[in-house]
Design a protein around this ligand. Structure first.
Ligand SMILES: [Zn+2]
Ligand SMILES: [Zn+2]
Length: 280
């Protein structure tokens, strides 16, 4: 990748030991981002009020803010260090979710869906009794509900969520468990999600983690990115979803190439929830 472009980008989806599923000290992430030549990184630790996740996915705001403050003291003159959050959509705790966000400040808020109703996608048993096509349809229907919720929140309160996380996450697990996927079977539903995203001022990310997990595409892939552009979408966010420092900024060159070939011309960076666009 052109180092000039890399030096203008942030990795806007990554985790540290403040997330239950990650052991990486935050400082190692900052050092890795510096080494990768990025302009910034935004820590997006988990917040997920799903009852099976909540005890491990409580976002400890005081701890995370203190950790970011210290890193900014040490590295802030060389790199932007953002405080973000990855919010799991859970239908039964929406007021709680909105209150949590309204009372705290973040640079970037990612909205993600990790479950179909109560069924967590990463748990094999959740798929029992569902074909890949059925599970994929349920996932996208549920994601449409989540994005419509973000759109309604946007109309009522201004932008609450900035980025839509891993739009077609269902394929990561359908590939893992069944070596199949059924994303292109649901494109009319995906179109409705993309329209709601545009209305919600929600920027989809290109989540590069599936490239490290043996899939041939990031989340989402070319077909969805092209449709996003056709429907009037302009910019995407870039995120590695790194849980290890060495994965910060992973496959960003490939993501940029895919953006360009899909017609996406801008990358969105968030700071204090305000979007800035970089032409690519
Ligand atoms: Zn996620
Ligand atoms: Zn994540």
């Amino acid at each position: 990748m052109d180092p000039d472009i890399r030096s203008r980008l942030y990795d806007q989806h990554l985790h540290s030991h403040h997330s239950f599923d990650c052991k990486t000290p935050p400082e190692e992430n900052v050092q890795a981002a510096l080494k990768a030549g990025l302009a910034g990184l935004t820590f997006t630790e988990h917040f997920d009020p799903h009852p099976d996740e909540w005890k491990e996915c409580i976002y400890d705001y005081a701890k995370c803010s203190e950790s970011i403050r210290r890193l900014r003291d040490e590295y802030g003159d060389r790199i932007f260090i953002g405080q973000g959050i990855e919010v799991g959509y859970y239908r039964e705790r929406l007021d709680f979710t909105l209150d949590f966000l309204a009372e705290r400040s973040f640079d970037c808020v990612i909205l993600s869906l990790h479950a179909i109703d109560h069924r967590l996608l990463h748990v094999r048993e959740s798929w029992h009794g569902l074909s890949v096509a059925q599970a994929s349809r349920c996932y996208f229907e549920h994601l449409l509900e989540a994005v419509e919720f973000a759109r309604d929140a946007h109309r009522r309160y201004g932008t609450v969520f900035n980025v839509l996380g891993h739009l077609d996450l269902v394929k990561r697990y359908s590939r893992r468990f069944f070596n199949e996927e059924c994303v292109t079977g649901h494109l009319p539903l995906v179109d409705r999600i993309l329209d709601a995203c545009i209305q919600a001022d929600l920027t989809p990310e290109i989540n590069t983690s599936t490239w490290r997990q043996g899939l041939t595409e990031p989340m989402p892939g070319a077909a969805i990115l092209q449709r996003f552009v056709e429907r009037g979408g302009a910019a995407v966010s870039l995120g590695s979803d790194a849980h290890r420092a060495e994965d910060i900024g992973a496959n960003f060159s490939d993501a940029l190439e895919l953006s360009r070939s899909s017609g996406v011309r801008q990358i969105a960076l968030f700071r204090d929830r305000v979007r800035r666009l970089v032409n690519v």
